[in-house]
Design a protein around this ligand. Structure first.
Ligand code: SF4
Length: 543
């Protein structure tokens, strides 16, 4: 094994608090993999929580692995070193189970790279019984696992807490791989893609999907109803995480709002809140390790006693973003010493915000911005999306005007815009809607950057439209998308993306779909009615 790579792993471990080391002998050996680099993976509450949950079982040892930094990937390749786990430095191929935790579609090519770096064929059909079982959980598995179906042995469709325990019990009782797969079919939410075949018509649309051997035709997403009983929390604190030395704690799961572009707002229904007293107790426990506490939840302004939580002494809180509303004043006061506070207007006009069901007014945004910058917070961060359904250049120009008005009203502080490209997602009313062309998205970005370039203390950050397009292809793809993921992983760059457009294989993102068309994720039941989504889509498009 390469000494430099081992030493680097040891340096990371040395900075961690909470790492679990167990003797692997006689235990179920699981390596939990985040398909991106260490600082990003270690800032994921889901990844951290599953590590803690698995290691709470005496007969399980769970270690971690990540995508190495680009320079280290070359070193692995140059020295013929197989990717290894951080804790015991064992190659991934020596574990019983490789479990991927996946939150972003753009990480899909990294999954394949990681398997290849581990000397394991990415395609499940090319792996044997003595290879580790390759499984995947995380939010991407909830809403459309199909693009990765050629690579995974099993998906966990749903919130992991109960499912994992049921799976471990089946795993302990199953002697062979075949029995394990057969028995796992009975666990609600487990999807084993090799039990299904899909046929396409001449136009490339799905026309038939068959299940064999009594595999369930519909996979129901599992929901863990009482988040107060959830044990998902930070297991390891490290200064090397993106959220340096921060303890992440879940305050809410699911959102009370239903923005039409947002998949999280749909698939995590119903909204659930952690009991206030328990949350306070967990924050006190966190304080024994660090002062920095990151509260996780989709819209924390709606946590009923958020004011009391944020008033807790001695805690340096971080929250994702604030809803621009008249009730935000108290929260802003409590976050006074913060370097930055974010709000998400998403669109420049009330009309477009109504289309996407983000019902906040221009006044709400202006007043909240004033409160934030007036309270001495150094940076106001504003989230916007472009390429939204029915967006025109007039809507884009209104983003510039809105930021101009905020700047005029508030001389102090910086304003940063984070502009992302709209990507339609499964189980949202916009799942039928095409993505805006990359050319037009680039134009709109140029308009925003030029329009704001003369304003003092205003900076614009944006995503790369090509990557947003890739995200769309992977989010909305079917089994055939696997080939594109392979190309992206092993042929490098994004040439494959342009090529797929040239050959017309981008229909899944640039073509409008009909209500009658079968969608790759139709076999998943997340508790959202397709008819309701369609009605909502039509109503949005009539605004
Ligand atoms: S965008 Fe935010 S507020 Fe809207 S549904 Fe999603 S999580 Fe909730």
């Amino acid at each position: 094994m390469n000494r430099r790579l081992i030493e680097k792993a040891d340096r990371l471990i040395a900075k961690e608090k909470g790492t679990v080391f167990k003797d692997p002998g006689g235990r179920i050996n699981i390596v939990l993999v985040y398909p991106n680099i260490y600082p990003i993976g270690m800032s994921s509450l889901g990844f951290q929580g599953i590590y803690g949950l698995l290691n709470s079982h005496n007969d399980v040892v769970c270690e971690r692995a990540f995508l190495p930094e680009p320079g280290d990937i070359e070193e692995f390749e140059r020295t013929g070193t197989e990717l290894f786990s951080l804790e015991s430095k064992r190659p991934l191929s020596r574990f019983d189970i490789i479990a991927f935790s996946v939150s972003f579609e753009n990480d899909y090519p990294n999954i394949l790279k990681i398997l290849k770096m581990s000397g394991i064929s990415p395609r499940s059909s090319e792996r044997g019984l003595f290879h580790p079982l390759v499984i995947m959980g995380g939010v991407c598995a909830f809403y459309n696992p199909e693009p990765l179906s050629e690579f995974m042995d099993m998906f966990f469709v749903g919130e992991a807490e109960e499912m994992l325990l049921e799976f471990l019990s089946v795993y302990r009782d199953s002697g062979t791989r075949e029995t394990l797969l057969e028995n796992s079919l009975r666990i609600e939410g487990i999807y084993i893609p090799s039990y299904y075949s899909v046929e396409y018509d001449d136009a490339g649309r799905i026309y038939n999907r068959k299940a064999r051997d009594n595999a369930p035709e519909i996979i129901r997403k599992r929901t863990f109803m009482d988040v107060t009983k959830s044990s998902l929390k930070t297991a390891i604190i490290t200064p090397e995480a993106e959220f340096s030395d921060m303890y992440l704690l879940e305050a809410m799961r699911g959102c009370v709002w239903s923005c039409r572009f947002c998949v999280a707002g749909r698939i995590y229904k119903p909204p659930r809140r952690k009991d206030f007293n328990l949350l306070k107790k967990e924050i006190k426990e966190a304080l024994t390790k660090t002062r920095r506490v990151g509260l996780i939840g989709p819209s924390l302004s709606d946590y009923p006693r958020i004011g009391e939580v944020l008033s807790m002494e001695g805690v340096d809180f971080s929250i994702t973003s604030l809803r621009a509303s008249p009730g935000s004043g108290r929260i802003v006061q409590l976050l006074k010493g913060h370097r930055s506070i974010s709000i998400a207007p998403e669109a420049g006009t009330e009309r477009l915000r109504s289309v996407i069901n983000k019902n906040i007014t221009d006044t709400d945004i202006m007043e909240t911005a004033k409160l934030i910058l007036g309270s001495g917070v150094a940076t106001l961060r504003l989230y916007f999306m472009i390429g939204l359904p029915s967006e025109t250049r007039a809507d884009v120009n209104e983003i510039i005007n809105m930021v101009g008005r905020i700047r005029e009203d508030n001389r102090k502080g910086f304003i940063t815009l984070s502009v992302s490209t709209f990507v339609p997602k499964p189980f949202t009313p916009f799942q039928w809607h095409p993505m805006e062309s990359m050319k037009e998205v680039r134009e709109r970005l140029k308009i925003i950057k030029k329009g704001l370039s003369r304003l003092r203390g205003v900076k614009v950050f944006h995503d790369v439209p090509k990557y947003a397009y890739m995200q769309g292809l992977f989010a909305l793809g079917d089994r055939r998308t696997g080939k594109m993921i392979e190309k992206a992983a092993f042929e490098g760059g994004l040439k494959w993306g342009r090529k797929s457009m040239d050959t017309g294989r981008d229909l899944s993102v640039s073509g409008k779909k009909e209500i009658t068309e079968a969608l790759p994720w139709d076999f998943i039941d997340v508790g959202v009615s397709r008819d309701e989504l369609w009605k909502e889509y039509l109503s949005a498009m009539s605004i």
